[in-house]
Design a protein around this ligand. Structure first.
Ligand code: 2PG
Ligand code: MG
Length: 439
């Protein structure tokens, strides 16, 4: 049952710490009837230029990463503007926040300040209605079919998440034959442990990277892909059938703007766009790869178009830094046939409504969404409810290690207890389904 209204009584922000020990912002929105909605804000390391603006203090304290100005903006201007506002009117709240900021990318108040409030308001609304968050987000998102998402789980890390030990940022496992979220998490748990075992046998270090994955520091992507396949086999799973591979190249962090080339420093190679595309195609030919994110730089539009023409009917091509959860960039991608999927990060967009709108636009264009965490996270599991509510079919939150990651997976397990929600399985990989059918 939906309550008629629930007014904002107070809005209070504080500075907390994320999974890298860096400051971030947490917001409590309390209604006049005493319901508290709390949310915190994640932060990326390999960020896209077009992301909404993360407001940091600069200066000496916290190595310049403090968020005291963002906190002050919430506790001052934003709290005053929202007092008495109906938390059930999420679009209204987000419209007020964006207008109050007054800039394109939320630079004045900070997207971290705005997002913290936006998410906390929706939690207060769900609790005021006494419904689970995913159910409330589903209503806000306009009645999509909710489902439990297939996880794509970080196994091997490189790039900016692992001291550039490998050029490519993430090699992830997708447990393709899993029939429930529980089975999916069990399978990736086995793969993660098997990978550590294989690496230890090969004398590789098994220390944790930023998202709880392993950082073997291999000198080529092919070696990493081979290690993924070996880990599937060691876990007793059939590569290409039970488990498949997703990759996040994070190519923006390889791009050398001055020389107009991709610098694969670990491999000791520099590649132009055509060579990058050839390399990516060879991975798809030689390994069970079903999804590649940011294979090219965020401004390499021509490259993205060629890549999509080459691989778009075989695998998912996901834009992360390329689209930055920005509706205008996504629309350009759709118009120009660049990519066929979009990474969805709440803090790239800056508001909940804006994020839901991007998912809706992706769906309308038949682009597959992947709801994603950031490399800097907190214990907040908001995005698990978001992934379920939108029926996105995919979620990416890192490895099955560290509580900032497990908080998201465990929330999916809790939501699954409901019993009525379908597991998306490989629905978000339409091209994989046809490959399997013809196999
Ligand atoms: C990405 C994310 C998550 P970051 O590139 O997709 O892995 O990393 O939050 O550092 O942008
Ligand atoms: Mg990425």
């Amino acid at each position: 049952m939906t309550v008629a209204s629930a007014a904002v009584g107070s809005v209070h922000a504080r500075q907390i710490f994320d999974s890298r020990g860096r400051p971030t912002i947490e917001v409590d929105v309390t209604t006049t009837s005493g319901v508290v909605g709390r949310a915190s804000v994640p932060s990326g390391a390999s960020t896209g230029t077009h992301e909404a603006w993360e407001l940091r203090d600069g200066g000496d304290a916290y190595a310049g990463l403090g968020v005291s100005n963002a906190v002050a903006n919430v506790n001052g201007e934003i709290a005053s503007a929202l007092r008495g506002f109906d938390v059930l009117d999420q679009r209204g709240v987000d419209t007020v926040l964006v207008a109050l900021d007054g800039t394109q990318n939320l630079r004045r108040l900070g997207a971290n300040a705005v997002l913290g409030v936006s998410l906390a308001v929706s939690r207060a609304a769900a609790q005021s209605n006494d419904v689970p968050l995913y159910q409330w987000l589903g209503e806000l998102g306009g009645g999509t079919n909710p489902s439990l998402p297939m996880p794509m789980v970080n196994i091997l890390s490189g790039g900016l998440h692992a001291g550039r030990g490998m050029d490519v940022q993430d090699f992830l496992a997708v447990p393709a034959s899993a029939t429930t979220i529980d089975e999916a998490l069990t399978m990736v748990g086995l793969i993660r442990s098997a990978a550590a075992q294989v690496m230890a046998e090969r004398g590789l270090t098994t220390l944790l990277a930023d998202e709880g994955g392993l950082s073997p520091g291999l000198d080529s992507s092919e070696a990493a892909l081979e290690l993924m396949v070996a880990s599937f086999e060691r876990a007793g799973l059939s590569p290409g059938v039970d488990a498949v591979i997703a990759i996040d190249v994070a190519a923006h962090s390889l791009w050398d703007q001055q020389r107009g080339e991709y610098n694969l420093a670990r491999e000791g190679r520099r590649l132009g766009t055509p060579e990058m595309i050839e390399m990516v195609c060879s991975w798809v030919d030689d390994f069970p790869v079903v999804s590649i994110e940011d294979a090219l730089d965020e401004e390499d539009w021509e490259g993205w178009k060629s890549l999509t023409a080459r691989l778009g009917d075989r695998i998912n091509l996901i834009g992360d830094d390329f689209f930055t959860t920005n509706p205008i960039r996504l629309q350009r991608g759709v118009d120009e046939l660049a990519a066929n999927g979009v990474l969805v990060k709440v803090n790239q967009n800056g508001t909940l409504t804006g994020t839901l709108d991007v998912v809706a636009a992706a769906r309308a264009a038949q682009y597959v969404p992947v709801v994603s965490a950031r490399s800097g996270e907190t214990e907040d599991s908001f995005i698990s409810d978001l992934a379920v509510a939108t029926g996105a079919g995919q979620i990416k939150v890192g490895s099955v290690r560290c509580s900032d990651r497990l908080s998201k997976y465990n929330q999916l397990v809790r939501i699954a207890e409901n019993g009525s929600l379908p597991f998306a399985r490989m629905d978000a990989y339409p091209r994989f389904a046809s490959v399997r059918a013809s196999a």
